[in-house]
Write a protein that binds this ligand. Structure first.
Ligand SMILES: Cc1ncc(COP(=O)(O)O)c(C=O)c1O
Length: 419
């Protein structure tokens, strides 16, 4: 029996209508930017395996870091115990995060990093004696994950609709509406949560650094905490190590995951300022942050994250991402003139081609068609409905970028020829 047949008998895949979905790709191996299938195909990983991979697949240095760590300690409870990789990673992160983020809380995926951020924000105000400040403001088109809290702060969508009765109420605003909203309701707001510079799953929407700076300023003015969800944007995706740097802002709370471990292991961080941390220090045990996960600060995850930071620094990757950005901009911009294209936008290592569509949204049928067209050419791209994007690992070569950009042009023009 093939892997796909065995899979079909017992596995349930994420975001997948199991009745109608095409068989999954059976991946047997990865190397650099390429994935290899059981039936002998080579596919360029154009979405960094759900935005997590930055140094390529099966990188010898990262493999070695995990193997070495496994020989020492693979995992240990993180309440009442600590270990070298967790401490060193926290030290290294504090050194590179926007200045003022000084305390690292570990969890294990992007959604839990967001849950931690929301819970910290709400309890912060309770501990500070202002329990009425418990509202959360989120941006329109936001996506922060699939757990109940993360869904609550995400835009309402086909993802969240069945669970509407379970979600807590959240104020949703466009960045331009935030000032009026905080003027009217700031007193009951605990925090504003944003995806700095780039809203990912909500449609790869790039928003201006000035608006981000404005969010920071308004949060300060109204005494509201600012949460930056950098689960996607962290570790260079937008051309800076952290997207908050585009506006030189320090949020009160930041969420990291995905590329934190270079896409190797599920791990996340929620980092906070001294002021947030300080509100939890008390002789009153009820002010403790009672939150944790079995795999909190997993040593293997921390070890690979440390090795990933080494590669980042040694490879001068921010410069490499700058070159990638210029190449994407030059290559994709001409497509904006095509009638089928509504918009082309680029930030850092992310190139986006939004196609015109009648329905739009995640369920737009153009997405699966494009997915198949690119697979046939040896490229894994997974459009968000009518929003086609290319977000490769940084180890991609200039020639490979040219090739993918050329294929994107051909496929989009092909769509027009067929109508
Ligand atoms: C900005 C943002 N926050 C949170 C998440 C949730 O992360 P995870 O899928 O690891 O739960 C994602 C995932 O795509 C994301 O893009």
């Amino acid at each position: 029996m093939s892997l796909v047949d065995r899979d079909k008998a017992v596995v349930w895949h994420p975001y997948t209508q199991m009745k109608t979905a095409a068989p999954p790709l059976a991946i047997v191996r990865g190397q650099g930017v390429y994935l290899y299938t059981e039936d002998g195909r080579q596919l360029l990983d154009g979405i960094s395996s759900w935005w997590v991979n930055i140094h390529g697949h099966s990188h010898p240095r990262l493999n070695q870091a995990i193997a070495e760590q496994a020989k020492k300690i693979e995992h240990v409870i993180f309440a009442g115990a600590t270990h070298e990789p967790a401490v060193e990673l926290a030290e290294r992160l504090v050194g590179i995060l926007p200045a003022g983020l000084t305390r690292i809380f570990y969890s294990d995926n992007g959604s839990t990093a967001v849950e931690v951020a929301i819970k910290l924000a709400v309890q912060y105000w309770q501990n500070a004696g202002k329990p009425d400040r418990r509202g959360i403001v989120a941006l329109r088109h936001a996506y922060h994950g699939d757990t109940i809290g993360a869904m609550s702060v995400s835009e309402e969508s086909v993802f969240t609709q069945p669970f509407a009765p379970l979600l807590f109420p959240v104020d949703r605003v466009h960045p331009g509406e935030l000032e009026d909203h905080l003027k009217a309701h700031g007193q009951r707001i605990a925090a504003v949560i944003v995806e700095p510079m780039l809203q990912g799953a909500g449609g790869m929407i790039i928003w201006p650094a000035e608006s981000l700076a404005r969010v920071r300023e308004l949060c300060y003015r109204h005494g509201v905490l600012m949460i930056a969800d950098e689960v996607l944007t962290g570790f260079g995706r937008t051309g800076r190590m952290f997207a908050c740097e585009h506006a030189s802002v320090t949020p009160d709370i930041i969420c990291l995951s995905k590329a934190l471990t270079a896409g190797y292991l599920p791990m996340a961080v929620t980092a906070v300022t001294n002021a947030v941390y300080g509100a939890f220090l008390s002789d009153d045990r009820a002010k403790t942050f009672f939150h944790g996960h079995s795999f909190t600060a997993n040593p293997l995850g921390c070890a690979v994250a440390l090795a990933s930071l080494d590669l980042f620094e040694e490879g001068n990757l921010l410069e490499r991402i700058g070159r990638l950005e210029r190449q994407l901009r030059e290559g994709l911009s001409p497509l904006a003139a095509l009638p089928a294209v509504a918009d082309v936008r680029v930030i850092g290592g992310v190139g986006v081609v939004e196609l015109r569509s009648d329905s739009g949204g995640y369920l737009d049928t153009i997405g699966p068609r494009l997915y198949e067209e690119f697979l046939a050419r040896g490229i894994l791209l997974r459009p968000l409905g009518n929003v086609l994007y290319f977000m490769p690992p940084y180890v991609i070569t200039d020639a490979e970028v040219d090739w993918v950009v050329g294929c994107i042009g051909d496929v989009v023009k092909g769509l027009e020829a067929r109508g």
